[in-house]
Design a protein around this ligand. Structure first.
Ligand code: AMP
Ligand code: ZN
Length: 144
């Protein structure tokens, strides 16, 4: 029985990193997940965690693969805290160009933060409309 190769897109820069065709600063690897330093870091230690199988956005992943990615976030966070001395960090995961995704292969950013780092954090909070919330809950739950 031939083994099914993991999903790969020859045009994808992260698939090329996984295949070893493009170098990276590798931090962690297991059968399903790879973590490496971001080449354009927002801060020292900025890390990317990616599934080895090519999926453009999070919704396309299996629960198991998403879990495998999420499972390494605490360990990598601890290691980044120890290595950089930061006490704060963001996990960011962009889906779609409108949300700022540039590389269409799922990735979790781990971004170490320091006070006064100037990265900012835009969070212009609105107010949840209770009527809309009720209908939203209904329609989201229907699709779960
Ligand atoms: P996003 O905007 O969420 O798609 O983020 C894509 C990230 O991938 C950016 O932070 C880039 O700096 C990073 N990136 C792109 N190419 C490489 C590469 N060859 N090695 C490491 N990081 C990369
Ligand atoms: Zn890919």
């Amino acid at each position: 029985m031939p083994t099914v190769p993991p999903l790969s897109d020859p045009a994808c820069i992260f698939c090329k990193i996984i295949a070893g065709q493009i170098p990276c600063h590798r931090l962690y690897e297991d059968g399903q997940v790879l973590a490496f330093l971001d080449i354009g870091p927002l801060s020292r230690g900025h890390t990317l965690v990616i599934p080895k199988a090519h999926h453009a956005t999070l919704d396309q992943m299996s629960d198991a693969l998403a879990s495998a990615c999420a499972a390494v976030l605490p360990r990598l966070s601890r290691a980044l805290i120890a290595a950089t001395g930061v006490e704060a960090w963001n996990i960011l995961q962009n889906n779609g160009a409108t949300a700022g995704q540039v590389v269409p292969h799922v990735h979790f950013h781990i971004i170490p933060r320091t006070r006064g780092d100037g990265l900012g954090y835009r969070w212009p909070a609105g107010k949840l409309d209770p009527n809309d919330a009720a209908s939203l809950v209904e329609s989201i739950k229907r699709s779960l």
